[in-house]
Design a protein around this ligand. Structure first.
Ligand code: SAM
Length: 283
């Protein structure tokens, strides 16, 4: 099953006619290996019931589907209806029948509504967007069985991503993304403070690690340009100058076509394994 899904993703990436989807899948494959490693560390097994919180159009859904197998169940949740439709189309294109994608705000959906309790929850680039991370972590803890796992892959603001040769717009993009988050009410040091927030939410921090992805420049610059173009409207509402955003999009698109860049990194991911304490045995 594992190889089958990986092969299906790469077939889709190589043969697919949908440019946007190809880019998305290539981007996701680059962070798929650290996700697999983190899921293995948590002991994911065939037959597990797992949830990807804020799954986006793909997130960790395909990797989780591969690891829990046909006897398992993967639930993806996302606030955006358009994203959920996209995720359902991707799952159907990849013929992953054990994945269900639900539209809604995570805080509005309890364990019963989602088909919990879950053996494992995953967040990637999700907790870093939450205005009250302790509340969100408590809610995720409520979705887990006693002894269940939360794997969190969230990006630190520093160190920023790097490329060779250096592209100024890369740092500018990263600063802009974090500035929009903070203006949007996300607390400063949201990711740095995650271990403490997790403990406050009643979770144990069982392992910490971290990683950069090293990525094909063309893919990364295009993904970055698409990400900041997507937050343009919100950024302007929050007082960021349109010219600053447009200038970065232009520079990134030009760099994507340039062909002279050797490599580019992702921002640095903090990788946390968090666990809901196991139920106490009656004496
Ligand atoms: C930056 S994207 C990351 C997507 C995916 N996890 C990945 O790794 O590619 C964050 C996603 O979280 C979703 N999201 C943010 N807050 C949410 C909430 N409270 N409930 C459900 N989804 C949420 C957004 O709609 C968006 O699709």
């Amino acid at each position: 099953m594992a190889e089958e899904v990986t092969a299906r993703v790469s077939r889709y990436v190589n043969d697919g006619s949908d440019q946007d989807l190809r880019r998305l899948l290539r981007g996701a494959e680059l962070v798929a290996e650290p996700a697999r490693t983190a899921f293995r560390r948590a002991g994911v097994q065939q037959g597990w019931n797992v949830i990807d919180c804020g799954c986006g159009p793909l997130g960790g859904l395909a990797v989780l589907a591969e690891m829990v197998g046909p006897a398992g169940r993967v639930v993806g949740v996302d606030l955006s209806q358009a994203t959920v439709q996209r995720a359902r189309a991707v799952m159907s294109a990849l013929e992953l029948g054990n994945v269900e994608v639900i539209a809604g705000g995570l805080h509005d959906l309890d364990s019963a509504a989602l088909g919990g309790p879950f053996d494992l929850a995953f967040t990637r680039l999700f907790l870093m967007h939450q205005p009250d991370p302790v509340r969100t972590l408590r809610h995720i803890a409520d979705l887990l069985r006693p002894g269940g796992w939360l794997v969190a892959h969230e990006q630190l603001p520093s160190p920023p991503p790097r490329s060779h040769p250096n592209l100024e717009a890369l740092t500018g993009t990263w600063d802009l993304i974090y500035e929009v988050l903070h203006r949007n009410g996300v607390p400063a040091r949201v990711v740095e403070d995650l271990p403490r927030s997790a403990r406050q939410a009643g979770l144990e921090v069982t392992a910490m690690s971290g990683f950069f992805g090293v990525i094909d420049p063309e893919v990364m610059f295009e993904l970055d340009a698409a990400s900041i173009a997507a937050l343009r409207e919100r950024g302007i509402q929050l007082g960021i100058a349109a010219e600053r955003i447009d200038g970065l999009v232009r520079d990134l698109q030009a760099a994507a076509k340039d062909g002279g860049y050797e490599w580019v990194t992702s921002p640095f991911f903090l990788d946390l394994a968090l666990r809901k304490p196991a139920a106490r045995q009656p004496r």
